[in-house]
Design a protein around this ligand. Structure first.
Ligand code: HEM
Length: 157
């Protein structure tokens, strides 16, 4: 039986750096065109994309495959942004919808599902930390194990 009877282009899973780069490039293209988020990157943070994109390749490669060598702190720029513009639930929900939509448009499989869960967990953690509330439970061990990034969830009800 054909696995793809609608003749749609078949989507493969995220397998490594090449797919991470494709995902990150497509995601930030959407972000920059987004009415709620685009200006935050381009007109509030004045992001240097030639620096930011490689950093994000390294970030997601580290999260997914433990290679990539990301050494930054994802909380710092968002803390700073929260002092300059609104970084509330609406902004994080949009960020997540764009990220997960990009994953779904390009990839399918276990890693694609995992990166969507990680993105959701981290969006919740970053949102909670910069808005001083408690994050929800995590699927993504890589960043939650780092005390400099994330508080323990053990005391959560
Ligand atoms: C409303 C949502 C978000 C906005 C507007 C936003 C915006 C930004 C901006 C402006 C920077 C700095 C870029 C630069 O100057 O080079 C940044 C860095 C970064 N963001 Fe976000 N971000 C959001 C959500 C997220 C989420 C949910 C994650 C994780 C899944 C994330 C991961 C990162 C990382 C890893 C960095 C680099 C940190 C470093 O330099 O060490 N962001 N973000």
């Amino acid at each position: 039986m054909q696995p793809n009877p609608m003749n749609e282009p078949s989507r493969t899973d995220l397998a490594g750096r090449a797919e991470i780069e494709k995902l990150v490039n497509a995601f930030y293209k959407r972000v920059r065109n987004d009415d709620l988020l685009g200006f935050i990157f381009d007109r509030v943070a004045h992001v240097d994309w030639e620096t930011h994109l490689p950093k994000m390749y390294a970030f997601w490669e580290t999260v997914m495959f433990r290679t990539g060598g990301f050494r930054g702190n994802p909380l710092v720029p968002h803390m700073q942004l929260a002092g300059l513009t609104t970084m509330g639930r609406e902004q994080f929900d949009r960020w997540l919808a764009l990220f997960q939509g990009t994953v779904d448009d390009l990839f399918a499989g276990e890693n694609a599902e995992h990166i969507k869960r990680c993105a959701e967990d981290m969006a919740n953690v970053i949102h909670s930390r910069i808005n001083a509330a408690k994050p929800g439970p995590s699927h993504c061990a890589n960043l939650h194990n780092s005390p400099s990034h994330v508080e323990s969830n053990e005391s959560r009800q």
